[in-house]
Every structure is written in structure tokens, then in C-alpha cells.
Write a protein that binds this ligand. Structure first.
Ligand SMILES: [Zn+2]
Length: 450
């Protein structure tokens, strides 16, 4: 759906523009935005009488960054679940806190997370919510202006230690997921989509996983789950299903270009080859994998095998930032001690956070690079700060190794300004922080940590 016809054209003028055609390159050109899409990338075009010009001199204009694994419902749990391994983190903190969520707390959790993401240059996400109140997250994201594919968390098996409030029958879980899809899929001009999001194999029955795959097919939507995050998970899946996790997920239809599997830390060469054959996306979450002591995903090997790879911060209580610049830098650095300094170069990492993320969302024709006809999801990075100088080297190196979220000056989603001059335009930061703090205190009171 195009933007209303009275929206003036937008010209991002005078910046260095980061383009991708096989390799990254920078050109000093103007980017013209018309009706939510990139109209032209070039020099000197001023065809419209109704034109808003945004001066981008001294800035890098880059594609909006994409995080293909986040949980906005957990943003309120930041700092409430530190220094625990995954299984304890879930049972002692995250599940009790998720069970305490209300419509209101899910709403402000999503607002806080999305504000942090947008201010830090992330324009699109694949988001797994909790079991209940996913409609409230959609309402928040409709208001704040980020692009998102959002899934209600599906769990019909009841893993040890999970609170009863999160238990749902297979039928109820699927019925609510379908109702959400009918209400929210392709809303806000296509900016909002659903995904179908089984939590992970240990909390899902085979029929639930199979039905989620069929719903994704029916609604032309993505599948989003966790896989092979820890050794415990790997062994649990092998014991309960008799199959290795990637083979089991394939057997129930969670595979292929629709599927994004977060983590895949514990996959062997055989499973890596299978993921590559399927065209399944692996979402790398390096901070989360380190903080929960899960391990280091073998991303260079996955890429060498031909796997699709994206990147994500995961969630506030296992990171504790939602900063894509921090994830990119860490993704590049953590492979080097094992495989050498050139193991995962900056340009490759930036592809994970742009084109790789676009593929994970099923939107590779629409977002992920600056090109005529694509949706105008754009980030303007202010290059004035000392840590970005001298600026004579490779701009991709600057973005991946030196830049941080606070360097983001402007953010556009579908050509609409969402952040200008480091300020969020679509909601009051003061209100978000006040309401988020109040809601987090309420949840903490109900779900006292064990
Ligand atoms: Zn996760």
C-alpha cells in the first residue's frame, strides 16, 4: 500500500551512501524517497516541487539494520536475570516474569524495546513475544513505527519448571496465533506482519510444530524458533524425539526459506550441510550466547557451507542491550581467536545485519540495501564523533568496528522519519521510560526471583 499521495518527496542530500552490489561501496550521491520507497540514487535530481531536503553532509547514509531474533516482551526484564545459564535463566526468572505479564506491561515492554532499537538504527525485527497479550505488542509497534514480524510464543508441552500460566492446549495456541494473523498480518501498509513462533522443541508437541508450519504457508509468513542453543537442549531433543534437532525440525516442517532458527550453536557439519540445503536462516546472537554461557556459533563454517545467516541481540535480560552495532562488532571479534584474524571480515558481518536479516524476514526484495524500488528503510549515521576519525579508511570498517548506536542521527521506515537528530518522533521517551519502570516494578513484585 503506498503512502498517502500528499506525502512530499524526501531527499537525503550530500551524504556518503553505502551501496551493495556484490560488495559494499560508498558513493557521494543523493537518495530520493517517494511514497515510502527509494525512487532514485544519484546526483542532482530535484524533480518535485514538494520536496523535503535533509542535509546529510558529514554523514553515512546506510540501509536500515535488521535484527532477526528479539523478544520485546522481555525488555522489562533487563537486569533481572543476570549470570545464569539458559535453563536456570528460563525457569527461575524469564518464565515467571512472562507469566506475570498483562496487556499493559507487554505494551510498554514493546515500546521500550522498539524505542531502543529505532534510536540505535534497527529498522526491522523478527520478534518472539510471550504466550499471551501479543495484540498489545502489535499496538505498540503500530504506534512507534518499526518494521516487524511478530509471533505469539507457542508452547503446548510443559517443560519442567515452567509456570502453569504459560501452559496452553495445542488448539488454543493455534487458534490465537491464527486470530492474530487475521488481525495483524500485513497491517500498516505491510510494515507489520505476523510470524509463527514455537518457543523451542522442548516446549512444543510435534502436532503444534507441524501446524505452525502449515499456518506460515497459508498466511505466507515466516517461522521463528530457537534451535540448538545449548548442549542440554541438544541432548533433550535427541532423547525425546530420537532425532538430531535440525533433522527433527525438518521432519515437522520447520525448515526452508520461511524458517529462522535462533542460535544453532550446537550443530555439527552434517546438520550445517542440511541447513544450507534447506535455505533455512540461522540467526546469530553472539552476546546472548556468551552471557548465557551457551557457546560460540560456528558462523564462518555455516557461511562457508552456504547457509543463510542473520543477526540479533535476542533480549534485554540475556544481552543486556538491543544494540545491533555491539552485535556486529562482537560477531566479527569472537571468531578470530579460533580461526584467525580474517575469519569473519567486517563486510560479511554487515551483510548479516542487512541482506541476511531481510532474507530472514522473507523481505529480500523489499529491504536490506539501498536500491531503487526498495522500501526506504534508511539510517543516517553521524560521523562527527572522535571514535569515527580519521574517516579516510573503509567505511564498512567504521560501521562494524567503531560505530555505536548513539551515532545514529536519523532513521526512516517506509520513508517516514521515525528518529530525527537523535530524537524519537513517534512517542515520548519520557513517557516510555516512566511507564516501563513502573510496569517492571509491578512484574518484579509479582514474580519475585527464586
Ligand atoms: Zn531468544
Amino acid at each position: 500500500m503506498p503512502a498517502p499521495p500528499d506525502t512530499p518527496d524526501l531527499l537525503l542530500a550530500g551524504g556518503d551512501v553505502l551501496l551493495h552490489d556484490g560488495e559494499w561501496r560508498v558513493e557521494r550521491v543523493d537518495v530520493m524517497v517517494r511514497e515510502g520507497r527509494i525512487a532514485t540514487v544519484g546526483k542532482g535530481e530535484r524533480p518535485s516541487t514538494r520536496l523535503q531536503v535533509r542535509d546529510c553532509s558529514g554523514c553515512l547514509v546506510m540501509p536500515g539494520l535488521i535484527q532477526a531474533h528479539v523478544h520485546l516482551c522481555q525488555t522489562l526484564f533487563r537486569g533481572l536475570a543476570d549470570d545464569l545459564r539458559l535453563e536456570d535463566w528460563l525457569v527461575r526468572r524469564i518464565w515467571p516474569l512472562e507469566a506475570a505479564h498483562t496487556q499493559e506491561t507487554v505494551y510498554w515492554s514493546a515500546m521500550l524495546g522498539a524505542a531502543e532499537l529505532l534510536l540505535g538504527g534497527t529498522t526491522a525485527i523478527l520478534d518472539m513475544e510471550t504466550v499471551r497479550h501479543t495484540g498489545a505488542a502489535f499496538q505498540a509497534l503500530e504506534r512507534i513505527g518499526i518494521r516487524a514480524a511478530v509471533g505469539k510464543c507457542l508452547m503446548d508441552a510443559h517443560p519442567e519448571g515452567a509456570p502453569l500460566e504459560l501452559a496452553e492446549s495445542t488448539e488454543n495456541a493455534l487458534a490465537e496465533a491464527e486470530a492474530l494473523a487475521q488481525l495483524w498480518h500485513n497491517r500498516a501498509g505491510g510494515r507489520l506482519q505476523v510470524c509463527f513462533a514455537p518457543r523451542f522443541v522442548p516446549s512444543c508437541s510435534g502436532p503444534l510444530l507441524r501446524a505452525a508450519s502449515e499456518l506460515a504457508e497459508r498466511f505466507n509468513a515466516q517461522l521463528h524458533t530457537h534451535a540448538a542453543e545449548t548442549i542440554v537442549e541438544r541432548e533433550t531433543v535427541l532423547r525425546t524425539t530420537g532425532l538430531e534437532e535440525i533433522a527433527y525440525l525438518d521432519s515437522v516442517g520447520i525448515s526452508g526459506p520461511r524458517a529462522a532458527l535462533a542460535h544453532c550453536v550446537w550443530v555439527d557439519a552434517h546438520e550445517t550441510a542440511r541447513l544450507a540445503r534447506q535455505g533455512t536462516t540461522v540467526v546469530h546472537c553472539p552476546s546472548s550466547n556468551l552471557k548465557l554461557a551457551s557457546g560460540v556459533a560456528k558462523i564462518p563454517e555455516l557461511l562457508a557451507a552456504g547457509c543463510r545467516v542473520a543477526i540479533g541481540a535476542d533480549a534485554a535480560p540475556c544481552n543486556n542491550r538491543l544494540d545491533v552495532f555491539a552485535e556486529m562488532r562482537l560477531a566479527a571479534l569472537i571468531q578470530k581467536p579460533r580461526l584467525g584474524a580474517d575469519a569473519l571480515p567486517a563486510g560479511r558481518v554487515l551483510e548479516l545485519a542487512t541482506l541476511g536479516g531481510a532474507r530472514a524476514l522473507g523481505l529480500e526484495a523489499e529491504i536490506g540495501s539501498i536500491a531503487s524500488g526498495k522500501r526506504a528503510d534508511l539510517v543516517v549515521l553521524d560521523l562527527r564523533e572522535p571514535h569515527l576519525h580519521p574517516a579516510i579508511g573503509d567505511p564498512v570498517s567504521l560501521v562494524v568496528y567503531a560505530a555505536c548506536a548513539s551515532d545514529v542521527r536519523d532513521v526512516f521506515v517506509d520513508g517516514k522519519p521515525v528518529v530525527l537528530g537523535h530524537e524519537l518522533l513517534t512517542a515520548s521517551m519520557e513517557e516510555i521510560v516512566r511507564e516501563a519502570d513502573r510496569c517492571a516494578a509491578e512484574l518484579f513484585r509479582i514474580a519475585q526471583p527464586a
